[in-house]
Design a protein around this ligand. Structure first.
Ligand SMILES: [Ca+2]
Ligand SMILES: [Ca+2]
Length: 185
């Protein structure tokens, strides 16, 4: 029932607000002191009750869950390869948005406050974009290219970034230092 969480006493609405802060999904559980019945979401029946703090949804600090995948926005500027290594150090990959809801979610993680690398390149074959997990963009059924992109401009652009204001995608030079988004799982 406790799923590894710890118990804290909730005496009033303010405590409840504190306990709920930062939680997402079906946590925490309200547990009546008298009955110990588990009651998802609903208000406790008696004023002085317990709440079970669920363990973190994501296994690494700073990550936020969306549709079962944990994402984290990094504002620090890194090249695509450096960004990929940072994600790998957390046990993950650069974020791979494969639908509009996910694309919007990860864009909003950083508040749209900067360009972000996502986990998509055509480093293997020019024009054939592949996600970091090996799935081809063509087979994913989704893309969100900014108008006029990908254009493989300059000396060749093989790494994909998400623009800050539009969250449209642009192929860009992999050695540019930009923010990035990682995902776990
Ligand atoms: Ca290219
Ligand atoms: Ca481009």
């Amino acid at each position: 029932m406790y799923r590894g969480g710890s118990l804290v006493v909730i005496d009033d609405a303010e405590d409840r607000e504190d306990a709920m802060e930062g939680s997402s999904g079906p946590v925490p559980y309200w547990i009546s002191r008298e009955s110990e019945d588990v009651d998802f979401y609903s208000e406790p029946e008696d004023e002085n009750c317990y709440i079970c703090e669920a363990p973190p949804v994501c296994p690494v600090a700073g990550y936020v869950s969306f549709n079962g995948v944990c994402y984290k926005d990094f504002a620090e500027l890194k090249t695509y390869d450096e960004a990929r290594q940072t994600c790998a150090a957390d046990g993950g990959l650069l974020a791979m948005p494969k639908d509009d809801a996910t694309n919007t979610f990860i864009h909003n993680l950083g508040g749209g406050a900067g360009i972000r690398w996502i986990g998509l390149t055509d480093l293997g074959n020019e024009g054939q974009f592949v996600y970091e997990d090996g799935q081809s963009l063509a087979s994913s059924g989704y893309s969100n290219w900014h108008p006029g992109e990908p254009n493989d401009a300059h000396q060749g652009e093989h790494c994909v970034m998400m623009f800050d204001t539009t969250h449209g995608w642009n192929d860009a030079t992999c050695s540019l230092a930009r923010g990035f988004i990682c995902q776990l799982g």
